[in-house]
Design a protein around this ligand. Structure first.
Ligand code: NAI
Ligand code: MN
Ligand code: ZN
Length: 338
């Protein structure tokens, strides 16, 4: 089989590898589609501290089960599945409180273990979620990015009273906007970014109001309308944003951060405690595949709005280059395998 392997930073090859056999409790998936995410490009460029090389990248993938290991029902052969890349032990403290996404022995497919940019991948059977016939392949491959938004929003119980502010109109901001509007019906979603084309995509995904904070002061725009957001999601992830969010937030607001910056951020406690603001973080997803599959079945979210490019996997380097360089036009880039 052919696999896309990052041998070491900036050295990507399409390699012939032996077809893997699923061990007990595993299934083999013949990949049909995979999505490119920022973390794939970070591993490729050598900017992911967790990555070990060589690595088959890719943690957003969809395909068909074509072999099953011992203990797995043969009836699963032929099943269309999306794969949850989060592999957890099920025993440790975080696992015991429903947070397998921060398991003490966390393994993420495509990061710590070979992932889905390959003609075939072997994965734990319980990570392969059946996709109902009514959900198309292109939607099925988008389950993982929406699980990030499901995890973010799952921390804060959004409601119709909320006025939400989302920083960043990249794939993560846009999935969050769709979930806030489509699933939770929050009264208003405001999106702030520095790129007009991305803000146009945010409107397409349901944003009520967008602000370009390269051209305008976000604080001034909100003050002019007398708005204090009650729910803020930082999907832009610059270390300076948290303090700005604290100062803009309504009393009793919730803020969710999802960035991995290692730079310190200066925070003024009074701004948090004075308004009794709750600050949450969110990493990957905790058991959110069934949740997102259900949202897709109900038609509450529309992945098609985020898919801007599709490449045959042989052109993966071109695909990653477009993904990295063309932020104006590019959101989700898919790779086709069969
Ligand atoms: P992206 O880079 O495509 O989007 C980020 C957007 O934020 C860009 O459109 C950029 O113009 C905008 N931006 C940057 N600084 C800004 C600022 N100061 N104010 C307003 N807008 C600003 O990235 P993507 O894929 O949407 O991911 C967003 C972030 O989420 C990344 O930092 C990524 O590391 C993080 N992430 C976290 C995950 C988690 O589970 N915690 C999962 C996936 C991504
Ligand atoms: Mn991803
Ligand atoms: Zn665990």
């Amino acid at each position: 089989m052919k696999s896309i392997v990052v041998k070491q930073p900036n050295d990507l090859v399409i390699e012939d590898r032996p077809l893997p056999t699923p061990a007990a409790g595993e299934v083999r998936v013949r990949i049909k589609l995979a999505g490119i995410c920022g973390s794939d490009s970070h591993i490729y460029r050598g900017h992911n501290p967790f990555a070990k090389y060589p690595r088959v990248i890719g943690h957003e993938f969809f395909g068909i089960i074509d072999a099953v290991g011992e203990g797995i029902e043969p009836s699963r052969l032929g099943q269309r599945v999306s794969v949850d890349p989060v592999i957890s032990c099920g025993q440790c403290y975080p696992c015991s409180v429903g947070k397998p996404n921060v398991c003490t022995s966390l393994v993420v497919l495509g990061v710590h273990r070979d992932g889905g940019f390959s003609e075939y991948a072997v994965v734990p059977a319980k990570n392969a979620f059946a996709i109902p016939d009514a959900i198309s392949d292109r939607h099925a491959v988008m389950v993982e990015p929406f699980t990030i938004a499901a995890n973010v929003t799952g921390q804060v119980n959004p409601g119709t009273k909320d006025i939400a502010l989302v920083y960043g109109a990249g794939p993560m901001g846009l999935t969050t906007v769709q979930v806030l509007k489509g699933v939770y019906n929050v009264s208003q979603v405001i999106v702030v970014d520095r790129i007009d084309e991305r803000l146009t995509m945010a409107k397409k995904s349901g944003a009520d109001w967008v602000i370009n904070n390269r051209e305008h002061s976000l604080a001034a725009q909100l003050a002019e309308k007398g708005i204090q957001p009650t729910l803020i999601v930082d999907a832009a992830c610059h270390p300076s944003i948290l303090q700005e969010a604290i100062s803009l937030a309504s009393p009793a607001a919730r803020i969710v951060i999802m960035g991995f910056s290692s730079e310190p951020a200066e925070i003024i406690q009074q701004g948090i405690t004075g308004k009794e603001i709750s600050i949450f973080s969110s990493r990957l997803n905790a058991h959110k595949f069934p949740v997102v599959i259900d949202w897709l079945t109900q038609g509450l979210i529309d992945p098609e709005k985020l898919i801007t490019h599709t490449f045959d996997y042989h052109h993966v380097v071109d695909a990653i280059n477009v993904f990295e360089k063309d932020q104006q036009r590019c959101c989700k880039v898919l790779l086709t395998f069969a």
